[in-house]
Design a protein around this ligand. Sequence first.
Ligand SMILES: [Zn+2]
Ligand SMILES: [Zn+2]
Length: 250
Amino acid sequence: MFILERTYDFSELVRHNVHTHSVFSNCAKPEMIPEEMVRAAQRAGLKTLVITDHSDPGDDIDTFAVYRELKKRMNAVQTPVRVLIGSELSAYGVGKYAEPEEVDRALDFASYSHVHYHLASWDQPADRSPRGYALHNLAVLTALFGTGRADHIAHPFSPTKMNFFNEEEKAATLSAISDAQLGDILEMGEKAQCSWEIHTPSFLRFPAFSRRFFNLGRELGVHFCLGTDAHSLASLDPTALAPRLAEIVR
Ligand SMILES: [Zn+2]
Ligand SMILES: [Zn+2]
């Protein structure tokens, strides 16, 4: 399900942050209290805030319990911001998902990570070259789109968590994906009613791929949403990034 109308206008995309972590994620700062996050979003003039706490394979987090708790607390908050409760779910291998399908469907926003390769519980490809990872990414996403589970792909193709590769090898996992392969997978996601994230840290770090990804997506008419992967209140507001992001795709 799409939560944002199709737009390629960065001044609009930055008003909706669909990737943020609250204190229900271990990695978030203690200041990421859900009510404080909503207040910060309101101060920044955001229209949408989506809280997407981690749901990794083998963690001891009850994703559905976190969802219910956050829903209850957010219902008590008065704000003009549209607040959605999602989760950063895990497609940790081809056809492998960390949560039962009913949990995914209950969430306001099922955002899927397919690239948390730094986790011990994540499947690695048989071919551990940059090209091997590129092909693994495509296979995991193809299987995921066949399930209809995902509303969104968090940090698509991002090699930032491939800590075993240097910067050049990380970029090579992106250049190994041809325009034809990228176009096919973007269209598959669109047919599955799944939006693609403009993940601001990765988007700025790998500009050559970002330009290809965004412009091809725009040509094909896919849905994009923007996320900062905020772990602190300071990184919750993407509005100041709009000119830099627009410059990359020019
Ligand atoms: Zn992530
Ligand atoms: Zn995240």
